[in-house]
Ligand binder design. Structure first.
Ligand code: SF4
Length: 312
């Protein structure tokens, strides 16, 4: 069994745009994914695979979850997401059912949908409360250009898998659509996506665009006006994922620098993100960021005139 290099599989709780205070559960080694999306905020995929296996043992993850639950912090969702595609871990179903034995906090799974055509993957998700599958492409051509999938993956099969999942799954499905300028936002493609999503019948459709530094510089965002136009045309259950409200939570990590580093290792973050998440003054955070920059543990990247901190 290949174990994740970092010992920490569970992180947060962090304020999330959709899920309130979300305890992140990362069950895949960094950038092990079936796709290599041009907009990925985690950088290029280093291991593109469709192989499901127990990359990290369910026992190890469950014990980390138990110890965080014992600290009695506010947690609104236990969320499988992180640095790769969670459905690639063959222990996902077992993990969800173990969580259900120890807490009533709802479980959410963020997935890129690529493996939903497999019965075993759909079954693994059955006990989740919310599944957030991504669907950015309604055609194989857009799928290849935008999501750069494993060569065996077909957009049509993924869409069929999503429809089957809808029929079988009793929880909520929130389809996330990442829109990228001149890649999947043509009027004809937007119309095709709308039709496909109507057939899937999710509870919600969430529109997103390239806000954080992408894997490829050419991945450009849509404007808020363009997103609003699409939302208005897609109907009532469609929303734009806005920036989360400012919420304060004291982190479980006693060491501020470790807490900051842990956030940065998950995704590019701004000074405000860190300050809000940790409930600390910006000046104090600045001091720690300066030290981490000096030690060469993080780097500063400017994207759309906004400063982001990223891991080296
Ligand atoms: S955005 Fe998600 S699905 Fe796409 S490459 Fe990154 S981790 Fe994989």
């Amino acid at each position: 069994m290949q174990e994740k290099s970092t010992a920490v599989c569970v992180y947060g709780p962090v304020p999330s745009r959709r899920l309130g205070f979300s305890l992140g559960i990362d069950i895949i080694p960094a950038k092990t994914c079936s796709l290599d999306c041009i907009y990925c905020q985690l950088g290029p995929t280093t291991k593109k695979t469709l192989q499901r296996k127990e990359y990290i043992s369910w026992k190890k993850i469950t014990s980390q979850i138990k110890s965080i639950l014992a600290s009695r912090q506010r947690i609104d969702y236990l969320t499988f997401s992180g640095s790769g595609e969670p459905t690639l871990n063959s222990a996902l179903g077992k993990l969800i059912s173990e969580i259900k034995k120890i807490t009533s906090i709802p479980v959410a799974v963020l997935t890129n949908s690529s493996l939903l055509s497999r019965k075993s993957v759909r079954e693994a998700l059955m006990e989740a409360d919310v599944v957030v599958p991504s669907l950015d492409a309604a055609t194989q051509e857009v799928f290849i250009n935008l999501n750069r999938p494993h060569p065996s993956l077909k957009a049509e099969k993924i869409i069929t898998g999503l429809k089957k999942f809808r029929q079988e799954f009793k929880g909520s499905i929130w389809v996330e659509v990442m829109l990228v300028k001149n890649i999947n936002d043509s009027p004809s493609h937007i119309q095709k996506l709308k039709e496909v999503i109507e057939e899937i019948k999710p509870e919600k459709v969430q529109l997103n665009t390239v806000v954080r530094p992408p894997s490829e510089e050419f991945a450009r965002p849509l404007s808020s006006e363009e997103l609003e136009k699409i939302r208005d045309a897609w109907g009532e259950n469609c929303e734009i994922i806005a920036e989360f409200e400012k919420k304060i939570q004291i982190p479980r990590e006693a060491n501020q620098e470790e807490a900051i580093l842990s956030m940065i290792q998950r995704r590019p973050v701004t000074l405000s993100d860190i300050s809000t998440s940790l409930g600390k003054d910006k000046n104090e955070i600045r001091k720690h960021l300066g030290a981490l920059l000096k030690e060469g543990k993080i780097k500063l990247v400017i994207h759309k005139k906004i400063k982001y901190y990223e891991p080296i």
